[in-house]
Every structure is written in C-alpha cells, then in structure tokens.
Write a protein that binds this ligand. Structure first.
Ligand code: PBG
Length: 336
C-alpha cells in the first residue's frame, strides 16, 4: 500500500481529518450501536427478589417473577438478545449435575415466563454444568478429579435439547469440551430444531477474570481447582484458530471469544482467517474493574466503557456480551 502513496508531509497531514467534529464523524470507521449489545442476566429462586451481587456493583440476580422488568427494559431500549445465567441453590447441586436437565430448573422456568410475552428480543442460554455441579466444574468429574469429556457431552446435548424445547433461541455451549458442538447440533437436528442457533464459546481462555461471575452464580466457593484442563491456555492464539475451525466444522453458527479486552488479537485473527460471525464477551472481571476505578474517580465510567466497546468493534466483533448493555443503550438513545 505504501508504494502507491507517493505524497508525504507536508502535502499529507493526517490531522486534517481530525480537525473538527464533523470531519471526524465522516471519517469514523467503526461505530457502536445498540444492535451490537447482548445483555447477560442472572436469575435466582424466590419471589420478588432483586439481590445485588457484591463483586459486581449495580448487577442483580432477579427472581423469575421480576423478569418482566428486564423484558420491558430490553424492548424499550432495543436490545436484541439477553443471556440467562442461573444461581442454583446449593441443595440442588450434585456431582452429576442432575438439575441441569430438570425441566423445572431456573432456566426452563425463566424461558417459560419470557416466552409467554411477546418480546422483540432473542434469548440465549449457556450450556455448561458449572451452575449445577457440587464441585463447580463445567463437566462431570471422576474420583481422580479429571473432567470427563465424552460423558459430559451426552449431558450437554440433553441440556441443549431441553432449553430448545423451552424456547431458547440461541444455545451457547461455554464448557470447552471437545466435540460438543457436533453432538449438540446432531441432537437438535434429529429433534427438528433446525432453526436453533448455536453460539459456541469457541475460544474461551482459563482466565482469572471470571471470579465475580462465579460469585454471581454461586460456584466460586465450590470450585477447588482451576479449569485449565479444558479452558484455553492464555498464552495461545494458534490454538484458538483450531478451536474455532473445529466448532465451525461441527455446526456452530457464531463463535465467541472470551474474555474480551485482553483478547482483541484473537478476535481480529478469527475474523481475518474465517470471515465468520464472531462475538466477544466483556466478562465480569472487566465490568468490576471499570466499576471500581470509576467509583474511585480514577476514570470516567461512560467514556471508558464506550472506548472499550468500540475497540471490540474495531477488532472485528459483530456483537458484544456486556453487563453495561442497558446503560450503554440508554446513552446511545439519548445521543450522549
Ligand atoms: C460458565 C461460564 C462462565 C462465564 C460464562 N459462562 C464462568 C467460567 O467459565 O468459570 C464467565 C462470564 C463472566 O465472567 O462474566 N461456564
């Protein structure tokens, strides 16, 4: 490219394009809109409950009856997709995660409730066992503490089918077992769920940034070991491309990178390699870090959130899961 451009300073002055707001507006390459936002929601048992999560200021767990509040907000703001995450009470957690395939579990009850209403947004459900296991891992564990791949896959396929039957629009396996996308896709096809979308957490890293989330879903105190035998090594990027390729071949419609802001290189590589729908997850730790710094007035929260979410777009993300979704949608609507 540089060979074609012969002129240089002073005929070339890049600051001309930054000299006033109108020209900056015209030359903006990537724009964040409400269409880019996906809103994660924590749900819990009980009635008329809205409990704040201590490590995530201003983020709550809602009981099912209060989900109308969420639906109305999502529809009013024009948010396209919400993602459900259950806080399973400890007494329902077991080593073999039976609650994950109970048709009366929190996610199924939430789907029943939300799908009764005429909403404009889609609903995405995580597929993994960690909200339901007594050991807090995403898969089944043997006596030696090993996470069992194929046995877990059979259960994940049942969970995916159950959520599809209850109206989940997007099935999002977040467990990182090998081969689960293919097994889930086959099971959905065999059961005539031809239009259920699979969003694979394809490149999910063994990050330390999930700890506030683990508090939010109540798995942190149960978890006695890390997730490094299934979540990816944070140092790797070629492997992320192999994960994505595998999941695309097995039938994923969308792939996701997680966490977000430290992994923009991965999003960018996936986009240029595969040209495939690619989402990003700005995870709980990223949310809480921004909140904490803003609370101390070290940074301006709205400005930093806007900058980070725009950076996801610049890296190539098509949409972003973010706990800031309603706040940002509000700002975008008011034009500030
Ligand atoms: C569960 C799951 C996790 C997150 C989403 N789904 C936690 C984990 O893998 O331990 C993290 C989201 C966040 O930190 O916001 N498989």
């Amino acid at each position: 490219m540089s060979n074609l451009i012969s002129s240089n300073f002073p005929s070339l002055r890049l600051r001309r394009g930054r000299s006033s707001p109108w020209i900056r507006n015209l030359l903006t390459e990537n724009r964040l809109t409400t269409n880019d936002l996906i809103w994660p929601i924590f749900i819990c048992d009980g009635e008329n409950k809205k409990e704040e999560i201590s490590s995530m200021p201003n983020i709550y767990r809602y009981s099912i009856d209060r989900l109308t509040e969420i639906s109305e907000t999502a529809d009013n703001l024009g948010i396209n997709l919400i993602a459900l995450f259950p806080y399973t009470p400890d007494e329902k957690k077991t080593d073999s995660a039976e609650e994950s395939i109970n048709s009366k579990n929190l996610v199924c009850r939430a789907l029943n409730k939300i799908k009764q209403q005429n909403n404009n947004f889609g609903v995405m459900c995580d597929i993994a066992l960690d909200p339901y296991t007594s050991h807090g891992h995403d898969g089944l564990m043997n006596n030696e503490g090993e996470i069992l791949n194929d046995e877990t896959n059979s259960l994940l396929a049942k969970q995916a089918l159950l959520f599809a039957e209850h109206g989940a629009d997007i099935i999002a396996p977040s467990d990182m077992m090998d081969g689960r996308i293919g097994i889930i896709r086959n099971s959905l096809e065999e059961n005539k769920f031809h239009n259920t979308i699979i969003l694979s957490y394809a490149a999910k890293f063994a990050s330390k940034m999930y700890s506030p989330f683990r508090e939010a879903v109540g798995s942190s105190s149960n978890l006695k070991s890390d997730k490094k035998t299934y979540q990816m090594n944070i140092a790797n990027s070629n492997e992320a491309l192999r994960e994505v390729e595998m999941d695309i071949k097995e039938g994923a419609d969308i792939v996701m990178v997680k966490p977000g802001i430290s992994y923009l290189d991965i999003i960018s590589k996936i986009k240029s390699e595969f040209n495939f729908p690619t989402f990003a997850y700005q995870v709980s730790g990223e949310y809480s870090m921004i909140k904490a710094a803003a609370n101390k007035e070290y940074i301006n929260e709205d400005e930093i959130v806007f900058e980070q979410l725009t950076s996801f777009k610049r890296a190539g993300a098509d949409a972003i899961l973010t706990y800031f979704a309603p706040q940002v949608a509000n700002k975008l609507r008011s034009g500030s």
